[in-house]
Design a protein around this ligand. Structure first.
Ligand code: PGA
Ligand code: ZN
Length: 409
């Protein structure tokens, strides 16, 4: 038995400079691991609470005074029991006593300590049936930011390079190349404008949605020609952020739900979009189904705020045919077990999963292992900045470890 000897937590800062939680789990064998939790900005209405009232200090006290005594003595190999204990100690449906971030940090640190003890990579500890560590996720790489991640830019939150070569090193290279080509073109078009980067490392520019999409599409085409690799445009609209009183409110237009479905369908066809996240409001299960029916044969339609990694919300989406893919963020739902339940439900119903970072990240790489272990179709982790690079570089390492016999997804 891999008995837990101690559980502790401390404060660290995320990539936005905001306080968050990291946890340390030590086993009787001496194996130990630390994991930190990220934080979102465009959070879904149905996510668990990231922190209890009282913020990080309250989360740390809850871990030390309430969670640690309940977890010490448990078997680190029993993730379901560990995560169930986190929920029962918290006692609320939305983890508001302990907070999703502390729950995530402890849950992941326990799995990492077990991996450490076994001398195995984390992805193996998390591996779903049939996952062999030779199928790698596509890169969902944010190249240009708008919405809540870059005030003053486009309404659409993320303009994405979707690199889906079976070789992860080529997918990473392709997405990075799109990012850099896009920056060069922005600089060429607006030589005197200040060119910044948003929370996830994508460019920020005071341009509209259509111009941003054109730039992205051209950069993808150029990267494909140069590198002979599959890389295509993607979007995360984060549409709940600009949906108000029944209307999708862009700077230059207001659309009702039917109008939004038509507009997005046209974007998919005009620009060859292959990754489409949150194109509609987080309660719009039926309209999502209509859109997926229209475009789901040529693009992933991904629910983020729609599902918030929650298995019951995903169940509803599966029953209605709302999407063909689900984004997973561990701290949206609280623990690894909750996340794996959602992943398993998706996999058994033929939906793709995409393992995702948050806009405020920690410079750690456990997310990459979640992606590989869950057989995710995509890894969404941004492209620039040490906290994003940590995850991409880990994917390169896992790719090298397979001795280059990649299996197609
Ligand atoms: P976040 O959102 O700011 O909540 O991390 C990113 C996303 O919408 O995918
Ligand atoms: Zn999103």
């Amino acid at each position: 038995m891999s008995r837990i000897r101690s559980v502790n937590a401390g404060q660290i800062y995320d990539s936005r400079g905001r306080a968050t939680v990291e946890a340390e789990v030590v086993l009787d064998s001496g194996a130990r691991a630390r994991a930190g939790a990220p934080s979102g900005a465009s959070t879904g209405a149905h996510e668990v609470a990231a922190f209890p009232t009282g913020g990080v200090p309250a989360a740390l006290s809850a871990v030390r005074a309430r969670l640690a005594p309940a977890l010490v003595g448990l078997d680190a190999a029993d993730q379901v029991l560990i995560d169930g204990t986190i929920h029962s100690v918290d006692g609320t449906p939305n983890l508001s006593e302990i907070g999703g971030n502390a729950a995530t940090a402890v849950s992941v640190a326990a799995a990492m300590a077990l991996a450490e003890e076994r001398g195995e990579p984390l992805w193996k500890v998390l591996a779903r049936p049939g996952v062999d560590g030779r199928r790698f996720p596509a890169i969902v790489g944010n190249c240009l930011n708008g919405g809540r991640h870059a005030i003053g830019g486009p309404d659409i939150q993320e303009f994405i390079a979707y690199g889906d070569d079976p070789d992860p090193a080529r997918s990473v290279q392709a997405a990075l190349r799109v990012h850099s080509l896009l920056g060069e073109e922005l600089h060429r078009r607006y030589p005197t404008a200040a060119l910044g980067r948003g929370d996830e490392g994508g460019w920020v520019a005071a341009i509209g949605n259509v111009e941003a999409l054109e730039l992205l599409t051209n950069a993808c085409a150029k990267a494909r020609d140069e590198l002979h690799v599959s890389v295509h445009p993607g979007l995360d609209l984060a549409a709940s952020e600009f949906f108000e009183s029944g209307q999708y409110r862009y700077h230059d237009r207001r659309l009702d739900t039917e109008g939004q479905i038509a507009f997005v369908t046209q974007l998919v066809d005009t620009y060859g979009i292959r990754y489409l996240e949150d194109p509609l409001d987080q309660e719009a299960f039926e309209p999502f189904a209509k859109l997926t029916h229209a475009v789901g044969d040529r693009t992933l339609v991904v629910g983020d705020d729609l599902y918030v990694t929650n298995a019951s919300r995903l169940r509803r989406g599966i029953d209605l045919g709302s999407t063909n893919a689900v984004l997973t963020k561990v701290n949206q739902v609280g623990t690894l077990t909750d996340t794996l339940r959602t992943v398993d439900l998706a996999r058994s119903n033929g939906l793709a999963t995409v393992a995702s970072h948050r806009s405020g990240e920690v410079p750690e790489s456990w997310l990459t292992h979640v992606a590989v272990g869950t057989g995710a179709r995509g890894l969404k982790c941004g492209l620039l900045g040490g906290e994003r690079m940590a995850k991409l570089n880990e994917l390169l390492r896992l790719g090298r470890a397979t001795e280059h016999t990649f299996h197609a997804r």
